[in-house]
Design a protein around this ligand. Structure first.
Ligand code: FAD
Length: 659
């Protein structure tokens, strides 16, 4: 058919929800020949997910827009559990605060999914011309598995069709004179200016057309009913019982004293979850099975039978003797979801699945969007670097084991947590909730990532690591995120968290913890290290010429940083070998490569205890390679350069050596 267009690209992302946008960020950042399509005419504006865990904020910091969440979102650190006192009243148990709340620079926060999508879209635009193609559906798929092992092949053909206005915007955004109101109640007055502009610009009618796109890789981020997953015959397995929930985003009129505090309220027929949000809004998760069970002969799980009024009445019953009503409802839904997981997240390392496409669970854990974004973040840089010819394709093997294990933990957490909301009254319920939260604390807040050994995670036989400080083991653990620490820049004394220093720009980072360079022996060790980094191996001029460059964005796939442990006044910028402060005659020295773990008198977070938190000897230091996503890949002594090069050789593509 002559009317069908044909094209060829490296990476196609199907779905522009949180996981797809996260993957697209990497395509934008690394300059990949990629496209991203979504069948919806617009992004999300109201409702859906709203919980942000601290690890997600750390990732946002490395992407450069975490401040926007801090500005608009609502901090939620303490939780209160309200239970009946047996005399018809509700009493507060709490507040309960995470023991580990200070292990991240950021706190758990609450903000509407639509705003997060906006920040991601803005960030993608900042780095490239990549735009989400809205109202474009993927609807046919062909895969030639015989070509899977050929790195230059485009074994997948996806047919994309531009939808008509009505198909792309089923809620009919198009009242006369432009979008006035969507079905769920989004009105001009309830949107921020940039959201409104996004809505207006994306809801213009487009020309319908069909196109066959041949791609090297496809990332399916197309949600719980994933079309991509079905094309590669990967099932979703798990519980067949779905939980049915009413979710409302309202501005409450209530005399419940903790209406603006995170918490739960328990009642014999179920527990509601109270989530304070931006703009005086509160989200309530309300179990509604009990309502339906009273309707004889009807399915317990008929979503269409749930009304806003029913949800309101349930809240009134559970919150009694406190009152509850509202005039403003931003969004509401009857949300039905079961705990399901796909047995694998990839097909031949050519088609990858991320987010809700491969794991679904109840919304109350506040993890769906976080896990989905972290999936997209994980696969995004790997596919981007492989597509750019910077990393070897074998690193793609690490996506499934790294994320599948976490998805299983997510479902496990959800089973424990959800059960506490739907079971009948239990005197110990509040206590059980505290226990479940504490048990899963590291996991739920993403402090640990539990990634196992692979080409990207170099595990030594001796788990304590060679760089352990006198006081205990080394906390720079391959497979876990670098524990965030606030440091001072040697050159200007400004302070920054490592989450911001280690930018998500697609580069691996060689981080030399150069120890206390006041001692001449230590300075000699650092000089020897610098020589080995810059003097090259074999025919290359230096370690940095050894690997293919990230063309268009960076001239090297590696970046090098030094972090020393002495007082900044006793060690000078120029005491460091050249490799730590590159120079060119136009731009001068790069000042942001040398950092200092020294206490700052005007910033309490920067207390000069980074080495201790990392479990690294302040005198001797250590060296680590941090992956583009801030996870520790390799760690060793300053002398272990050979082993470090072995690690990098197993990941990055070597430059063709000139004879
Ligand atoms: P999604 O955000 O679902 O994005 C998938 C995208 O793929 C969609 O934009 C879709 O249009 C697109 N797509 C699908 N098929 C195709 C195709 N063939 N071609 C092109 N594009 C396609 N989470 C909570 O924590 N709390 C909640 O209350 C909550 N409520 C929700 C209510 C609804 C109605 C929905 C849909 C989700 C809700 N979630 C909630 C879940 C939360 O939104 C997800 O966990 C999160 O969005 C996952 O992100 P994702 O990118 O993996 O998938």
């Amino acid at each position: 058919d002559k009317n069908i267009l044909e094209s060829q690209i490296d990476v196609l992302i199907i779905g522009a929800g949180p996981s797809g946008l996260m993957a697209a960020y990497w395509m934008a950042r690394c300059g990949v020949n990629a496209r991203i399509v979504d069948k919806r005419g617009t992004k999300v504006f109201t409702g859906q997910a709203d919980g942000l865990r601290c690890r997600t904020l750390e990732i946002f910091d490395s992407m450069g827009f975490q401040h926007r969440v801090l500005q608009e979102g609502h901090v939620a650190v303490e939780a209160n559990f309200w239970v009946p006192d047996g005399r018809g009243n509700l009493i507060r148990q709490g507040p309960h605060c995470s023991r580990k709340v200070n292990e991240s620079p950021f706190r758990n926060m609450l903000l509407n999914q639509g705003r997060i999508e906006q920040f991601l879209l803005d960030s993608i635009r900042e780095h490239s011309d990549l735009e989400v193609e809205r109202g474009v559906i993927a609807e046919a798929f062909e895969y030639d598995s015989a070509k899977a092992s050929d790195p230059d092949a485009h074994p997948i053909a996806v047919t994309l069709r531009t939808l008509s206005d009505e198909e792309a915007n089923p809620s009919s955004l198009h009242a006369e004179g432009g979008p006035q109101k969507v079905a769920s109640g989004v009105a001009r007055g309830s949107l921020l200016q940039d959201d409104w502009e996004e809505l207006v610009s994306k809801s213009r009618a487009k020309e319908t057309r069909t196109e066959i796109v041949r791609c090297k890789y496809v990332v399916g981020c197309d949600g719980a009913h994933s079309w991509t997953r079905k094309q590669v015959n990967i099932p979703l397995e798990g519980s067949s019982t779905d939980h049915l929930w009413g979710v409302i985003d309202v501005v409450p009129i209530s005399n419940f004293p903790d209406m603006r505090r995170l918490g739960t309220v328990t009642h014999p027929t179920g527990t509601i979850l109270v989530i304070p949000r931006e703009r005086n809004m509160v989200r309530l998760y309300v179990p509604v099975q009990a309502v339906e069970a009273n309707v004889p002969g009807e399915s317990r799980h008929d979503r269409s039978k749930i009304t806003l009024e029913m949800i309101k009445q349930r809240v009134q019953v559970i919150l009694a003797p406190f009152t509850f009503d509202f005039k403003i409802c931003d969004w509401w839904a009857a949300y039905q979801i079961g705990q399901r997981i796909a047995p694998t997240f990839s097909k031949d390392n050519r088609v990858f699945l991320a987010g809700d496409a491969v794991h679904t669970h109840s919304p109350k854990v506040g993890l769906g969007m976080n896990m989905s974004m972290q999936d997209g973040f994980n696969i995004g840089w790997k596919v981007a670097l492989v597509a750019k010819g910077v990393a070897q394709s074998l690193i793609l093997n690490t996506y499934d084991p790294e994320r599948h294990r976490l998805a299983e933990m997510l479902l496990d957490f959800d089973r424990h947590w959800s059960g506490l909301f739907t079971e009948s009254e239990d005197e110990e319920k509040a206590q059980s909730m505290i226990k479940v939260v504490k048990f899963f604390e590291d996991f739920a807040d993403g402090r640990k990532s539990f990634y196992g050994a692979s080409s990207l995670i170099w595990k030594k036989h001796d788990d304590s690591g060679p760089t352990a400080s006198a006081s205990g083991g080394c906390n720079l653990i391959p497979g876990e995120r670098l524990p965030p620490v606030k440091l001072r820049m040697q050159a200007d004394g400004n302070v920054k968290w490592t989450t911001a220093i280690l930018k998500s720009d697609g580069r691996f980072r060689v981080v030399a913890l150069t120890g206390d360079m006041r001692a001449s022996t230590q300075r000699s060790r650092v000089e020897a290290l610098a020589k080995r980094l810059s003097s090259g191996h074999g025919s290359e001029k230096s370690l940095f010429d050894r690997y293919t460059s990230l063309t268009g964005t960076h001239d090297c796939a590696l970046d090098v940083l030094a972090i020393h442990s002495g007082p900044w006044t006793k060690v000078e910028f120029f005491d460091f070998p050249d490799v730590f402060h590159p120079f060119d005659t136009v731009h001068g020295w790069k000042y942001d490569k040398i950092w200092c773990d020294d206490a700052c008198p005007w910033d309490r977070d920067c207390d000069g205890t980074g080495y201790e938190r990392w479990g690294v000897d302040r005198k001797r230091g250590a060296i680590a390679v941090i992956r583009p996503d801030q996870y520790v890949g390799w760690v060793g002594e300053l002398e272990d350069v050979e082993e470090m090069v072995d690690y990098l050789d197993g990941i990055l593509v070597r430059q063709a050596t000139t004879a």
